[in-house]
Design a protein around this ligand. Structure first.
Ligand code: KIV
Ligand code: NA
Length: 275
């Protein structure tokens, strides 16, 4: 399994880091087989898998349940688990309790926290406890309700300068990687040059040290909204639908199951049964 030191080496040698979200055992297995460097059990879980309206409804229990499945499916891949909304904004004791549960019970390699400000102290608290932290700056889905929704962040010089400072502060507090979501590509390039830990972009252009996509967006699985910055690499949703329609048709028409799918009782046993 690659380590945070390996990811820093990859940044230095310009080898891109590929991150993908995963929420269950088969997706984690497929991602590991495909050569994904980092799996993220994102709280996007709430929207793409659980059908919640926002990520704010995702609980620590939800994250642990799915984090465990991903760990079991990808034993040799670096796994990051999101701390969900509300689990790291109360007292330090409460934050530590949630973080230790998420880290220990899922067997994750790191936890991800959104934002800077007070979260910088929280990053220090967790790394000081021995829990590697991935920072997440730019568009922060967990606080979209007060930040004015899903919009590109860091577009003004002042906002960009603040984001660079937040990235430096995250690194200084011990963050091992920084996710940059939905910011202008020029700013993402600048942040990536300013910090020595790897940056992972989503909607942040090609100048970051790596990229992350939501599994269901990348393979077109489900009917949720797909943002402009997403590329769909395959369309499993359509093939699943075609397959399921065929299943319905074949059962309705008694085409399935066929003789090859059934079990047979021997003639003599049948005679013994019915005479
Ligand atoms: O929850 C998630 O999927 C994320 C990525 C978009 C970075 O945080
Ligand atoms: Na997230």
């Amino acid at each position: 399994m690659k380590s945070t030191a390996d990811f820093t080496k990859m940044k230095k040698s310009n080898e891109k880091i590929v991150m993908l979200t995963a929420y269950d055992h088969p997706s984690a297995q497929l991602a590991e087989e495909a050569g994904i460097d980092v799996l993220l059990v994102g709280d996007s879980l709430g929207m793409v898998v659980l059908g919640y309206e926002t990520t704010a409804l995702v609980t620590v229990e939800d994250m642990i349940h799915h984090g465990k499945a991903v760990r079991r499916g990808a034993k040799n891949t670096f796994v990051v688990v999101d701390m969900p909304f509300g689990s790291y904004h109360g007292s330090d004791d409460r934050t530590l309790q949630a973080a230790i549960r998420l880290f220990q019970e899922t067997g994750a390699n790191a936890l991800k926290l959104e934002g800077a400000g007070k979260v910088i102290e929280t990053t220090r608290l967790l790394t000081g406890t021995g829990i590697p932290v991935v920072a997440h700056l730019g568009l922060l889905p967990q606080s979209a309700a007060v930040d004015g929704g899903y919009k590109v962040q860091g577009k003004t010089a002042a906002a960009a300068e603040q984001l660079i400072q937040d990235a430096l502060a995250s690194e200084a507090a011990g963050a091992c990687m920084i996710v940059l979501e939905c910011i202008p590509y020029q700013l993402a390039e600048e942040v990536s040059k300013s910090v020595s830990v790897p940056t992972i972009g989503i909607g942040a252009g090609a100048g970051t040290d790596g990229q992350v996509l939501v599994f269901h967006d990348a393979v077109k699985y489900g009917h949720h909204h797909v943002p402009k910055f997403v590329k769909t690499f395959t369309d499993v949703g359509s093939s699943i639908k075609i397959g399921l329609e065929d299943y319905v048709k074949e059962v309705k028409s008694s085409t399935f199951p066929s003789e090859s799918h059934r079990f047979t009782m021997k003639e003599d046993e049948l005679t013994a049964l019915y005479g």
